[in-house]
Design a protein around this ligand. Structure first.
Ligand code: G6P
Length: 610
């Protein structure tokens, strides 16, 4: 969703830094963009566009601004349509204060009305313009004091960066519920909503927590609470390098990330499997191993692709760990009246670690007494820091909006967790060793699937003009069917539905004819015979089948129109392999249809609003 970058230096022009920073957070999804800089004459220069950053670059080329202090923003519309007027930065009535803001102000109407009663007029429909005027109303020559006074009355989520033409060498940032990180450069200080925006300039960062703020000048920075108490924050090192935010020769980030999975799955298990003991050790769960072992019930909470991992995690933990598991959509859990019993464990899964519904559901689970374990990709993210214990997936920065490598890393971590639980209950050392061996073989097997890329591309290209798809799977591969269908709709805008194969006859079968391709995930597992029957039902109605099968399977080959083979592994590890051809199919159909693969319409990488 929205992205923030702000920068203050002594004399360098920071406009190129702002633009480059915005490009780095483009992947989060946005529909307008803008920058503001305090120009050398002391005036605020602002450039905003509806649409993409290229349009902003063209505008700045035509009407340049430059200065050593500034802020920039990519906006994903919430209050008010995407338009130049509603784009950020928003300014106050005097035109001296420029503010960029992520999040939603809940008491926006009340604040706006009280400002209107004082004579303020508003040009935009945004809550951000209300905030800019609220700061202005409280401004008395000191920007940080005005921010503190203004936000005392603000309810809701925000991450902000603000500058004021009357204090040209100052940048102020604050957060509550929306991430903000401070970057410490050689000759500049930065604030950003996402480390990707500043990693080109520095790897030294400070993560702000809720209700904290930062004041940066060319000489240094200080952190306080929003109530003006000094706080000392640790400076942390970002471990990424610039390669991780480049496409490295791939046409899209999504394809690059699909191809990274051989390594990222390896990274997700690195140092966590113990071959001799046939066990797994997850450092972040050390303090919770006993609580997990004794848990009567685990609730896994997530959204989107992470929710599909949760479904597979449910099967893994019940199968191997013999603990009862329930899976919940975060958005439902947070507003229900869920029963949490003493000793219940909640696992939250999130790539970004910032999804608002997941965060709220986690807070609710904690309030009701559950221990919360996070399975998170983004290091230092809010969910990672708020959970009681957790495991990082180590997939590295995922830029393509459609999640790929984060998914397989989540599955790898869940498999390690299930093994750990299983070993403390029913799984023998011999079985544990067999699982470890199978897990260690997965990265090589991913490479094997990726080596079949060209033939998968051919299938994707041939089927790209169909408008409806059905995805079927059973057991561990039912959630994979859901994920395959989600990938396709997200990036190619083709309607697709995932179903447990046996449910087909309770409805979807009515849709099947020669215009409805059916993707069947049919590895040789316990459901094999059953899924062959489901395939026959499809064939009998003239449906076309693309099948994902185990290597060397000639039965499926006879029935399917197209076949993609995957190497054999243990049933609970199959999803890590079977999803990869589905990612590639979705990718190639989207490319064939000329879709914007990395930034599909209306979607955001990190959903920080309800
Ligand atoms: C958005 C993204 C999805 C992601 C979901 C949950 O919808 O586009 O790719 O699966 O949010 O995000 P999280 O970061 O919590 O895993």
């Amino acid at each position: 969703m929205c992205g923030i970058i702000g920068c203050v230096t002594r004399s360098r022009d920071i406009v190129p830094v702002l633009i480059e920073g915005l490009k780095r957070v483009e992947y989060r999804g946005y529909d307008s963009a803008g920058i503001a800089a305090i120009e050398r004459g002391g005036e605020l220069g602002i450039r905003k566009v509806e649409g993409k950053i290229d349009k902003l670059v063209a505008l700045v080329d035509e009407h340049p601004i430059e200065g050593p202090t500034g802020v920039g923003h990519t906006r994903w519309a919430t209050h008010g349509v995407p338009s130049e007027l509603n784009a950020h930065p928003q300014t106050d009535a005097t035109g001296k204060i420029a503010l960029v803001h992520n999040g939603i102000v809940e008491n926006y109407n009340a604040l706006r009305r009280s400002l209107e009663a004082k004579g303020y007029a508003f040009r935009s429909e945004t809550d951000t313009e209300v905030l800019a005027n609220l700061i202005s109303e409280n401004y008395d020559g000191n920007l940080e004091a005005a921010v503190q006074a203004a936000f005392a009355g603000v309810q809701g989520a925000y991450g902000i960066a603000v500058i004021c033409a009357d204090e040209p060498g100052k940048l102020v940032g604050a957060r509550n519920g929306s991430p903000l990180v401070v970057g410490i450069g050689a000759d500049a200080y930065y604030v950003a909503s996402d480390v990707a925006a500043l990693v080109r300039h520095t790897r030294d960062v400070v993560y702000l927590d809720d209700l904290e703020m930062v004041v940066a000048t060319p000489d240094g920075f200080s952190t306080t609470t929003l109530e003006n108490e000094d706080i000392t924050k640790d400076i942390e090192k970002v471990t990424w390098n610039i390669d991780m935010i480049e496409k490295n020769g791939f046409p899209h980030f999504m394809l690059k990330e699909i191809f990274e999975q051989e390594r990222t799955v390896q990274d997700a298990m690195r140092g966590r499997l113990i071959a001799a003991a046939g066990d797994a050790i997850l450092g972040g769960l050390r303090d919770h191993r006993r609580a997990l072992q004794n848990a009567e019930r685990i609730i896994i909470i997530a959204c989107g692709t992470s929710w599909h991992s949760a479904l597979i995690g449910e099967y893994m933990i019940e199968d191997l760990g013999r603990i009862s598991v329930e899976v919940e959509y975060a958005s439902e859990f947070r507003y229900r009246n869920p029963v949490i019993n003493p000793g219940d464990i909640a696992i939250v899964i999130s790539q970004s670690g910032e999804t608002l519904d997941t965060l709220a559901a986690m807070t609710e689970a904690q309030r009701r007494g559950a221990t919360v374990i996070g399975i998170v990709n983004v290091v230092g993210s809010t969910i990672a820091r708020q959970s009681d214990g957790g495991v990082y997936t180590h997939a590295g920065l995922e830029i393509g909006v459609a999640s790929t490598k984060a998914f397989t890393s989540q599955l790898t971590v869940l498999a390690a967790m299930a093994l750990m639980l299983g070993r403390s209950r029913d799984i023998s050392v011999t079985e544990g060793r067999q699982i470890v061996r199978a897990m260690e073989a997965i990265p090589g097997q991913i490479a094997e699937i990726l080596s079949r890329h060209e033939s998968i591309k051919d299938i994707g290209t041939r089927y790209a003009r169909h408008t409806n798809f059905l995805y079927l799977g059973r057991g561990y591969n039912f959630p994979v069917a859901l994920e395959g269908a989600l990938k396709l709709k997200e990036i190619s805008y083709i309607h697709a539905e995932g179903y447990p194969a046996a449910e087909m006859k309770h409805g979807p079968i009515a849709l099947i004819d020669e215009r409805m391709p059916v993707v069947v995930i049919a590895p040789q597992d316990a459901f094999y015979e059953k899924i062959l029957s489901n395939m026959q039902e499809v064939k009998a109605r003239g449906g076309r089948i693309i099948a994902i099968t185990s290597e060397g399977d000639d039965q499926v080959e006879k029935m399917a129109d197209d076949v993609i083979e995957i190497p054999r592994t243990l049933p609970h590890l199959t999803p890590i392999l079977s999803v990869i051809p589905l990612q590639l199919l979705a990718y190639h159909m989207a490319v064939e249809r000329d879709c914007h693969v990395d930034q599909p319409r209306n979607l955001a990488k990190s959903v920080t609003v309800e």
